[in-house]
Structures are given as C-alpha cells and as structure tokens.
Design a protein around this ligand. Structure first.
Ligand code: PLP
Ligand code: ZN
Length: 399
C-alpha cells in the first residue's frame, strides 16, 4: 500500500496523476512524487522502521509502490555509517562520518534509484526502458531490469570505466558506446525514445529514481537518532542524491519526525566540470552548460543537469555551499582514505575529503560540527584508475 498521491512539477507546480508512465511536465520541469503525509503520520511513527528487515524498503510508506509484489530488490540500502576518526583528526574535526554506499548491489548508490525506479516501471507495466549513463547507473539499472524482466537500452561515453560497460553487457542490456559525454548519450537515447517508444529513464526525466536516493537522507536522520548532523557533503553530477536527501529531510520535517534544523548541504564538483559551483558563486538560479568537461571522477562529469536549479535551491535553503577540487587532490584523498580508514572509495567520493579540508581551512566548517561524507561508490569499480604510473603508488624496488 502506497501513500503516493500525485506528481508535482518542481518548476511550475502543475499536478499530474501518478497512475500512468510519465516523464517531464509540459513546461520541461522534472516531476516530484507527493505523498499523503498526514495519513502516514497517523498510521506509523519513526520507530516503526527499526523493527523491519534491513534495506531501503523498510521505508515503504515513503516510497511509491502500491503492490509489494512489484518490488524489485537485490538487497540495497542500509549502508554503514562509519566514524572516520583518523581522517577527522588529521583535518581537525571531532565528529566525522562516512556513509559508505559502496556496499550496495553493483557497488554504488545508483542501486537505490534503480530498485525504486525499476519497481515502479514494473508496476506501470513498462516493457523497455532507455537511459544515458556515465557508467554506474547503467550497471545498476541493468541488474534490476534483468531481475524484473524489463528490457533496458543504455548509452554511455566510450571512455566510461570499462567495468561499467562490461556490467551492462553481462546483465543483458543493449549497450551503446558513444563518442562523447553523458549529454551526447542523452541525445541518442532521446532519439531512440521518439522512434521506438522506449521509456526514457534519464536522470530526473522519470520521477522515481530520486525516491530511491532520498532514502539515504532517512537513513542518516535515523542513524543520528533523528538529530540532524551539521553538514552533509555530496559529490554532485546530476544532483539526484542531494535533491533526494533534501526532499527526504523536508518530508521528515513535515511528518514532525525531525526538528526545524536542516544540515548544510554541500555540493562538491571537480575543477574540470563545475557548473553547479559556478552557478552558486554567480548567484544564478540555473547552471550553464560546461564545455569540454573532463575529470577522473566520471560519475560527476555532468556538464548540465536537468535538476541544477533544485540542487542550487537545496544548497541555498540549507545555508550550504558548492566547492570544487582538482583531480590531483581527488587522487591524494583516495589514497589517504584507503590508508587511514581502510576504505577504497570511488574518485567521486574522494572529492569530499579534499573539499572538507578546504572548508575547515576557510572556516565554513567548525571543529565541533558533525559532518557526514556521502561516499557514493566503491573504488573497486575503477581498476584502471589505479595506475602504477601514479605517484600514489610507489612500488618498492627491493626488499
Ligand atoms: C552518478 C554518480 C554520482 C553523481 O550522482 P548524482 O546524484 O547524479 O549527482 C556520484 N558518484 C558516483 C559514483 C556516481 O555513480
Ligand atoms: Zn511545469
């Protein structure tokens, strides 16, 4: 039983029925799922989730599926939140935590969006889904579509991590490698969608991926006993994760399960692709298309996000910020986290440690603040990044 009531355009506010497959509002804005929070508040309380089986479907009242038989799960969600004492100490803060999404099926938090998005597609009897991907969404949606028996067509940049390509193939998706960026892959998919009537599941072009990703926000709130931490740092590409966490926290606030305070939401990007940072600094509502985007953190190599205005809104409404780091700093951080915390994280996640160091230096984050770094995936998916030519890998020449 779902408390999903309708979909609402994030741009113009227009309401749509949630009973049929749908992409964007007629104004081009993304649609967000709305729930009957009043009834949810009467039926359950925040302790209800605790006693349930682990995984993001514990939060089913706040998810959009009506029939439990439509749920497509591979065991996603409820990832650990680890106290990172050594890095915290090195950077000079006492309460530093890393939420490690690398433990999800297919190795990234994309599994959350895929589980909920594919479940809803199954409920809506969609036969073929198509999407552009930087790599990790393709792997995740391929796995969940295989389980659901839904056909998937993906297009990804041909320089996406080799493993992501292989992942899509092994799960049986039709996989196209594109000479270009995720934005070029998006155009190719959009053509196919028109021609073959596939369902377009590109980031924010379908309303339910974000619902899966918002569960990260619920898990963080629950972990800290519904006392919200002071800051959450998030490596931002399409921005679904940060928009999702913001949406979750606002829903929890309306339910009366958390107080007024929200964490400072902080968007981290790479210098080689920083449209959100630029827009934040320039005070604009939307970002500009970032030309010649290039960074080793492929998951955040998104030159223009459909939900850019929602990311900027989330940052501004929570008194957060947006900050960029260099690729060399990403590699140094990746190395540091592995050697101090025993976590081999993805380059996207590694941006956060470099960013945090800058934010502590410039006083934006204070010594006593409670900070969560949202590591979006495992480093094991990026074998080609760990290149023996890198300065971080010093091979001993003799014993
Ligand atoms: C997709 C991806 C991101 C960016 O996620 P958004 O929510 O779209 O901003 C970050 N890290 C990894 C590993 C990813 O795969
Ligand atoms: Zn609209």
């Amino acid at each position: 039983m779902s408390y999903l009531t309708e979909l609402q355009c994030a741009k113009c506010g227009k309401i749509y029925s949630a009973d049929l497959p749908i992409n964007l509002c007629e104004c081009g804005g993304p649609l967000l799922a709305r729930y009957d929070l009043k009834t949810i508040r009467k039926k359950i309380n925040k302790q209800t989730f605790k006693s349930r089986k682990k995984g993001l479907w514990r939060f089913k009242e706040l998810l959009p599926i009506s029939e439990e038989s439509n749920i497509v799960t591979l065991g996603e969600g409820d990832t650990p939140i680890l106290k990172a004492n050594k890095i915290g100490k090195k950077l000079g803060i006492e309460n530093l935590y890393i939420k490690d999404e690398g433990l999800n099926p297919t190795g990234t938090f994309k599994a959350r969006g895929a589980s909920v998005g594919v479940s809803k597609a199954k409920e809506l009897a969609i036969k073929t889904i198509a999407m552009p991907t930087a790599g990790n969404a393709g792997g995740a949606w391929s796995a969940y579509c295989a389980k659901a028996g839904i056909e998937l067509v993906v297009a990804m940049p041909k320089d996406a991590p080799e493993l992501a390509e292989k992942e899509s193939f092994i799960y049986g998706s039709k996989t196209y490698l594109v000479d270009g960026l995720i934005s070029d892959a998006g155009k190719i998919i959009a053509n196919g969608v028109k021609k073959y009537n596939w369902f377009d599941a590109a980031t924010l072009k379908e309303p339910y991926r974000i619902e899966g990703k918002k569960t990260m926000g619920i898990e963080i709130a629950e972990y800290f006993n519904w006392e919200i931490p002071d800051a959450i740092l998030y490596p931002t590409g399409g921005g679904v994760g940060i928009i999702g966490i913001f949406k979750a926290l606002k829903e929890l606030r309306k339910l009366g399960w958390i107080g007024e305070k929200l964490p400072k939401l902080i968007s981290v990007q790479s210098e080689g692709c920083n449209p959100i940072v630029e827009a934040f600094e320039n005070g604009t509502e939307y970002s500009k298309f970032y030309k010649n985007a290039s960074t080793i953190a492929g998951g955040i190599r998104v030159p223009k996000a459909l939900g850019d205005f929602l990311v900027l809104r989330a940052i501004r409404e929570t008194n957060g910020t947006a900050i960029q780091v260099k690729d060399s700093e990403i590699l140094e951080s990746l190395d540091l986290i592995a050697k101090t915390e025993g976590l081999f994280i993805c380059p996207e996640g590694a941006t956060l440690v470099a960013a945090l160091s800058k934010l502590i230096d410039n006083g934006f984050i204070k010594q006593n603040e409670k900070v969560v770094l949202l590591n979006t995936g495992t480093g094991i998916k990026y074998p080609s990044l760990i290149d023996f030519d890198l300065p971080i890998l010093k091979i001993n020449e003799s014993i």
